[in-house]
Design a binder for this molecule. Structure first.
Ligand code: GAF
Length: 386
């Protein structure tokens, strides 16, 4: 079986007519728990997955960036001197946006060589597994290396986030790029999104005989449009009325006062974030002290909170979660920004195929398109491959 790294190298050489300088890769991520808490400066617990975006990069002698990929026909091109969010559009806004964001973070782009980049990926697009963060993180790491900028990984994550916010136009938080850059095999990244302090937490799935099943509903979503931004605005309004810098600064003890001061909808948005932060902390403690079989109730509660309070689930995600729990999952929840994408189920290895069959049947019965299901494991973050 051919390796994607060899394919990317061959495709680069065929397209650009010379051998690349090096190969870099970065993974997608799945979020175990802690949804819509990152931009509220709270806690998240994602892990990098064993599905990666791979790029080959060659150095040029001028100041031009050229980007090609397996998923677009055109070769996009821009001079480094012309990089600006308003000059970027389409999929190349992700990689070019990273080059622009490096400059915003103080990277000295005067005199750096241009580059040619060819990208391929096996991170599913639109499933809520951060295919875009995988591109941003691979490009950020590669440019940081060849331009010898010396940024650390948390700063590269911020660079990727800025590209996503300003060049792509999605008002997302710091979780996805952090997971892609800081991930460790068999572990989750416990990130404090205020301090950006990250701790590695052993997942222990294999030792407990568990697998994490991704259930991609096929319902497509975008964080550049409506729902994500409106949830973020509600959170900011909730923090403003409560007189705190961010919802991170509230605890469950503050919820009765929040209910008095906020309208019902804003209160429920706030309650989701405040309780979800607590669930992340409880999940980390449970993983460390009891192992992964102890986190099921927290996953289930997280899903109910997103369904009922934050209102970002869709019927397909609810059905996936209900079917998983009915078929013996330890826990299940939608993952990622919501409004579509994937759910996750933590389930005994020997029960995975039975659940896959049950999901197919349940989705067919409800007249939904067939879900795509596959297991993932926790992998290392972005690396230079060669
Ligand atoms: C998306 C965003 F990109 C993240 O920053 C995060 O807010 C997530 O939705 C929800 O937890 O993946």
């Amino acid at each position: 079986m051919s390796d994607i790294r060899d394919d990317v190298k061959a495709d680069f050489t065929e397209l650009f007519g010379y051998e690349p300088h090096g190969i870099w890769s970065a993974p997608g991520r799945v979020n175990l728990i802690g949804e819509h808490t990152d931009y509220n400066e709270g806690f998240v617990l994602p892990f990098a997955i064993n599905k990666r975006t791979v790029l080959a990069l060659g150095l040029r002698e001028d100041g031009v960036l050229r980007i090609a990929s397996s998923f677009a026909d055109e070769v996009a091109e821009i001079a480094i001197a012309d990089l600006a969010p308003s000059a970027l559009s389409g999929w190349s806004a992700y990689p070019f946006g990273v080059a622009w964001a490096i400059g915003e973070f103080g990277g000295d782009l005067a005199g750096v060589p241009g580059v040619d980049i060819y990208i391929d990926s096996v991170v599913p697009v639109g499933a809520g597994l951060s295919s875009s963060a995988a591109i941003e993180s691979a490009v950020a790491l590669a440019l940081n290396d060849v331009w010898q900028l010396g940024f650390d990984r948390p700063t590269l994550a911020k660079i990727g986030q800025l590209a996503e916010n300003k060049a792509v136009g999605a008002p997302t938080g710091i979780m996805d790029q952090s997971a892609s850059l800081l991930g460790k095999q068999d572990s989750a990244v416990f990130l404090d999104c205020r301090s950006l302090e990250a701790q590695v937490v052993d997942l222990g799935f294999a030792a407990a005989g568990l697998e994490l099943l991704i259930i991609d509903t096929g319902v497509s979503h975008s964080h550049s449009t409506g729902g994500y931004a409106s949830r973020r605005a509600s959170c900011e309004e909730g923090a403003r009325v409560m007189g705190v810098p961010a919802l991170r600064d509230l605890s469950v003890d503050d919820l009765p006062r929040a209910q008095e001061l906020l309208d019902d909808e804003t209160f429920r948005r706030v309650r989701h974030v405040v309780t979800e932060d607590q669930r992340v902390l409880d999940t980390v403690r449970a993983l460390r002290e009891e192992g992964p079989t102890a986190i099921g109730d927290l996953m289930d509660a997280s899903h109910r909170s997103m369904r009922d309070d934050f209102e970002i689930s869709v019927p397909e995600l609810d059905l996936a979660v209900e079917t998983a729990i009915a078929n013996g999952a330890v826990g299940a929840r939608m993952t990622g920004g919501g409004f579509g994408g994937a759910a996750i189920a933590l389930i005994a290895s020997e029960s995975v195929s039975r659940l896959q069959v049950a999901l197919d049947g349940a989705f067919a019965e409800h007249g939904f398109g067939q879900p795509v299901t596959f297991t993932v494991s926790a992998a290392d973050g972005a690396v230079r491959e060669s």
